[in-house]
Design a protein around this ligand. Structure first.
Ligand SMILES: Cc1cc2nc3c(=O)[nH]c(=O)nc-3n(C[C@H](O)[C@H](O)[C@H](O)COP(=O)(O)O)c2cc1C
Length: 254
């Protein structure tokens, strides 16, 4: 198949998922479009000769619910999809399968999938420095393999790991809040929060009932004012460090 367009479409609150989506898309085609659904979605329609690399971070073994919802505004019309799960070295559980199911329901043909490790956005010392050079090489090779598969007009769907019904996601009982002394009320976090959990007129607050702990506000604050409660985070860190101790390697399905 002659590729008409290649896109990287992602939800990436902390930036790692974007990096993976971009690296794989770059391996597929010399030029690719960047479609960032991290703060908001847009209605998009693709066609049979388009390729879209859909990338999601893994939250509790699932794809973030807000991203699954946002994908409803995208129509595949037979376009090819590469699904990518990006996780913090614990596990991706059912996330890759869930992402594939979501895009198939939107009319895409899933022709490849990959799970890649990146820095853990809640505890950044876990998988620090990932993706590293070896990960990036695996992404480039995977992109090239996808390109070869398309070149051979092979649109078969690979078997992807994961179970249905998907693992239940219980959420995270931690939500970032701002240090009022550091917060300069610029409102960037409120504008960019994917779920509108930060009031524009009081950006030092967080509506915990809405917050999905995606960590975007922590990474985007220009004054480093937002963080998780350090005492609560310490307990999570201890458990996660144990669960994430052994290095996981990239996995690809084609
Ligand atoms: C709320 C939350 C839940 C997470 N759950 C998992 C998980 O189940 N398994 C895992 O390995 N990493 C998990 N992570 C780590 C992220 O999947 C990982 O850091 C990812 O690279 C974040 O992508 P981003 O930088 O594009 O936001 C979680 C992170 C957050 C914030």
């Amino acid at each position: 198949m002659l590729i008409s367009s290649c896109s990287a479409l992602y939800f990436s609150p902390g930036g790692s998922t974007r990096a993976v989506a971009r690296a794989v898309a770059d391996g597929i085609a010399a030029e690719s479009r960047d479609i960032d659904f991290s703060s908001r979605a847009e209605a998009l329609a693709f066609g049979e000769r388009d390729v879209v690399c859909f990338a999601a971070p893994v939250f509790g073994g699932r794809i973030p619910g807000v991203f699954a919802e946002a994908l409803r505004s995208v129509s595949g019309n037979g376009a090819c999809a590469v699904v990518l799960a990006v996780y913090g070295n614990r596990d991706y559980d059912d996330a890759l399968l869930e992402l594939a199911d979501c895009v198939k329901a939107r009319g895409f043909r899933v022709i490849a999938g990959g799970a890649f490790v990146a820095r853990h956005s809640m505890v950044p010392e876990i998988a620090a420095g990932r993706p590293d050079a070896a990960d990036r090489e695996a992404m480039a090779l995977f992109g090239a393999a996808v390109r070869a598969k398309l070149g051979a007009d092979d649109f078969t769907e690979p078997a992807l790991p994961g179970k249905r019904p998907y693992k239940e996601y219980g959420g995270v009982p931690l939500h970032p809040s701002a240090n009022r002394k550091r917060c300069v009320k610029c409102g960037k976090c409120a504008r960019e929060c994917p779920v509108g959990a930060i009031p524009a007129d009081a950006p030092w607050k967080t509506e915990n009932g809405k917050c999905v702990t995606c960590m975007h506000c922590v990474f985007t604050c220009p004054n480093y004012a937002r963080a998780l409660n350090p005492v609560l985070l310490a307990a999570v860190r201890t458990k996660l460090k144990k669960d994430c101790a052994a290095r996981r390697e990239p996995e690809t399905f084609i």
